[in-house]
Design a protein around this ligand. Structure first.
Ligand code: KG4
Ligand code: ZN
Length: 344
């Protein structure tokens, strides 16, 4: 049952290189502000020290902008939710120190959110579209993680399988770097793949037991393919960029969906969701959508909730607050925070 007055939650996300603040009224989004950090582009990857310094510069203006856009005075807030982990330690520290200071000054409950659970719970931000019903399986794909998660409730999730080496986002980014594309390369591969032939090159898929993934072999196979091509033709990369991207993307998408379908078959769960930065990939989205034809119900997040954002931290905070799962100021951020299976 909904309360007469909504719960206003401030969400804060600083796990990597995007500084985010969002305001929610229950499960409805009032504002979602993200300041991306361009400083990393010229280094070809995120530089942790630069990320935390830039979060320091962004955090107050971004929170101010979110409150302003939401037309909410900070005195009206009911709780502050922030990303407690996983992520870069220095980046997490900025968000957690800010959230703790903010919550202590206003005497508000504080909620430390697991970033990966946030990605999954973004499906429960009210956008007027159908939401998954429990239990469902979520393929959570980002720059740091690749997981198949069984979601039994807002607060109870179990990781069924995950990557044993690189994340799928890393496979996109590292391969893109070999092609000379800017960082992060995932969206560039996506764009180029649209004009390429996905059958042009073959990459052997890894054979891992169970629901676990491996992506480091594909990255090496991609590198070897480029070396081999460049031996006979200096312009190999230039001439075949789109085909290389399309073939790589197709292979990565197949690896992901093969395992997800195996988990769906074994668990008998027919509701499948996608989450995390790589869920913005159009090849993955259309392959996922096509699973409807196989009798699955699929849930694909809107683009604004795919890559890192604070709305997903706010919604996770909302459901934790409703269950009374708040924390005291002594909880430290954790770079390797695992998904928890909570006792309800
Ligand atoms: O979830 P996210 O924003 O940050 C992490 O928590 O890691 O994910 C970032 C990852 C990067 O590897 C980026 O290249 C990838 O998501 N990504 C994409 C696309 N958009 C973002 N990968 C493939 N295609 C895209 N369109
Ligand atoms: Zn993320």
């Amino acid at each position: 049952m909904k309360r007469a007055t909504p719960l206003y939650i401030l969400g804060i996300e600083t796990s990597c290189d995007d500084t985010g603040a969002a305001v929610l009224a229950d499960d409805k989004l009032l504002a979602n502000v993200v300041a991306s950090q361009d400083v990393h582009r010229k280094w070809g990857g995120v530089v942790p020290e630069l990320a935390s310094r830039t979060h320091q510069q962004h955090i107050i203006p971004v929170v101010d902008a979110a409150l302003h856009e939401a037309k909410i005075d900070k005195a009206s807030l009911h709780a502050v939710a922030y990303t407690r982990g996983p992520g870069l330690p220095g980046s997490l520290l900025v968000g957690s120190a800010f959230a703790k200071g903010f919550a202590a000054a206003l005497n508000l409950p504080l909620i430390g959110v697991n970033h990966m659970e946030g990605h999954i719970l973004a499906h429960f931000i009210d956008t007027g579209k159908p939401m998954p019903l429990f239990p469902f399986l979520c393929l959570t794909v980002s720059g740091g993680h690749t997981q198949i998660v069984r979601v039994d409730s807002y607060l109870s999730m179990t990781v069924l399988g995950e990557t044993t080496d690189d994340a799928v986002g890393e496979a996109f980014d590292k391969s893109a770097k070999l092609l000379g594309l800017p960082y992060p390369g995932g969206p560039w591969v996506d764009r180029l793949a649209a004009d390429g032939n996905s059958e042009a090159f073959q990459f052997t898929k890894p054979k891992l037991p169970g629901y676990d993934f491996s992506f480091s072999g594909i990255k090496t196979a991609f590198m070897l393919k480029l070396k081999e091509g460049l031996k006979n033709n200096e312009a190999f990369v230039e001439h075949h960029k789109a085909d290389l991207c399309a073939s790589l993307q197709k292979t990565l998408v197949e690896i992901l969906l093969d395992k997800l379908l195996m988990a769906a078959k074994d668990t008998g769960i027919r509701q499948l969701a996608l989450a995390g930065g790589v869920s913005a990939n159009r090849g993955l989205r259309s392959a996922f959508e096509a699973l409807e034809k196989k009798g699955f119900q699929v849930f694909i997040p809107p683009f604004e909730f795919c890559t890192d954002n604070a709305a997903m931290i706010g919604i996770a905070g909302y459901y934790a607050l409703k269950e009374g799962k708040t924390e005291d100021l002594s909880n430290a951020p954790s770079a390797r925070l695992p998904i928890q299976k909570y006792q309800e």
